[in-house]
Design a binder for this molecule. Structure first.
Ligand code: F6P
Length: 341
């Protein structure tokens, strides 16, 4: 078989582990040829690729980022993009394409699959918001990084008797905020699924100070927004692909809380550090398993599907099901967190 692999969308710890696993399973065990497209779908659309053999993937298991590069370019962004992709798949004699990506990438994968291309997706995102898989690799690393940061921030917050508003990633869902906030014992967690009331938040933090505590840590997802009418709030602008850019909630909240509470408040935006660096052992294992199963799937002729973790097993789910809706934080998970705040 001749297999093409690409990584698209925001990078994520564990991408290299998938690439390595695909190459090991395909080249060593099946005698396949694997090529890697550069910078996501852009590489497929521009026929920009390189051969991936064992040497090419040596020593990359623990390396963050992606050796193939990534971009947010999608076939639908270019006029004739789908036809161009089909032409390159034919010219290169590809029997399968394994795109590794999040929501946007998997939607593009479905588009190409519906157009008849042999696609088998692998989900990735630190946000953990892909439906149909219990977990995506990258999430555990992001939560670990955010938790360590929160632990560190507690000591400086206490020394200065401050309120720290710590913004973590999560455009549409609050998984990173929920898990890191619970793991670090944050005093409030704000997620996009549940618009917050700034007065309620101010009361929670204020009561903590009244009880003699010296500091407070609020974890907020970048996509969290106030309940309508509870606070003047400016949303992010959009980037060149029309994605909302989130740069504001921690800044705006810290000013608001400082004013309401008369306590010093500071915003801390963790940003891309959550996506950088070496993946945790959990993410390396999940990514490696996804890569192995992706190769098995294409050998068994399963296309238009995505690898998924269900319980402890890796299974295949239709791309159509995977991109139907995002996996949001259920109300009961939020309630569990609230009782320990
Ligand atoms: O998809 C993961 C994610 O990290 C989001 O949480 C975040 O909003 C987005 O990517 C930011 O990515 P970039 O700045 O690379 O466009």
């Amino acid at each position: 078989m001749r297999i093409g692999v690409l990584t698209s969308g925001g990078d994520c710890p564990g991408l290299n582990a998938v690439i390595r696993s695909v190459v090991h399973r395909a080249v060593v065990d099946h005698g396949d040829e694997v090529i890697g497209f550069h910078d996501g779908w852009k590489g497929l659309l521009e026929c920009d690729y390189r051969k991936l053999d064992l040497d090419a993937v040596g020593g990359i298991l623990a390396r963050g980022g992606t050796i193939l590069g990534s971009s947010r370019v999608q076939p639908a962004h270019l006029r004739g993009g789908v036809e161009r992709a089909r032409g390159h798949v034919q010219d290169l004699g590809l029997d399968a394409i394994i795109p590794i990506g999040g929501e946007g990438t998997l939607k593009a994968a479905k588009l190409l699959s519906d157009a008849g291309l042999p696609i088998l997706g692998v989900p990735k995102t630190i946000d953990n918001d892909i439906a149909s898989t219990d977990v995506t690799f990258g999430f555990d690393t992001a939560v670990t990084v955010a938790t360590e940061a929160l632990d560190r921030l507690k000591t400086t917050a206490e020394s200065h008797q401050r309120v720290l508003i710590v913004e973590v990633m999560g455009r549409h869902t609050g998984w990173i905020a929920l898990h890191s906030g619970m793991a670090a014992g944050a005093h409030a967690i704000l997620v996009p699924e549940r618009p917050f009331d700034v007065q309620e938040l101010s009361d929670v933090v204020g009561k903590r100070f009244e009880a003699g505590k010296k500091f407070a840590i609020v974890v907020v997802s970048e996509g969290a927004k106030p309940r309508a009418g509870t606070m003047d709030f400016t949303s992010g602008e959009t980037d060149i692909y029309g994605h909302e850019r989130f740069t504001g909630v921690a800044n705006q909240l810290s000013m608001e809380l400082e004013e309401r509470l008369g306590k010093e408040a500071r915003p801390v935006i963790l940003g891309h550090v959550q996506r950088g660096g070496t993946p945790t052992a959990y993410d390396r294992v999940l990514a490696t398993r996804f890569g192995w199963h992706a190769v098995e799937a294409v050998h068994n002729g399963h296309f238009g599907m995505m690898t998924a973790l269900r319980g402890t097993e890796i299974s295949l789910v239709p791309l159509a099901e995977a991109v139907e809706q995002l996996k949001t934080v259920p109300a009961e998970r939020y309630t569990e967190a609230e009782c320990v705040l």
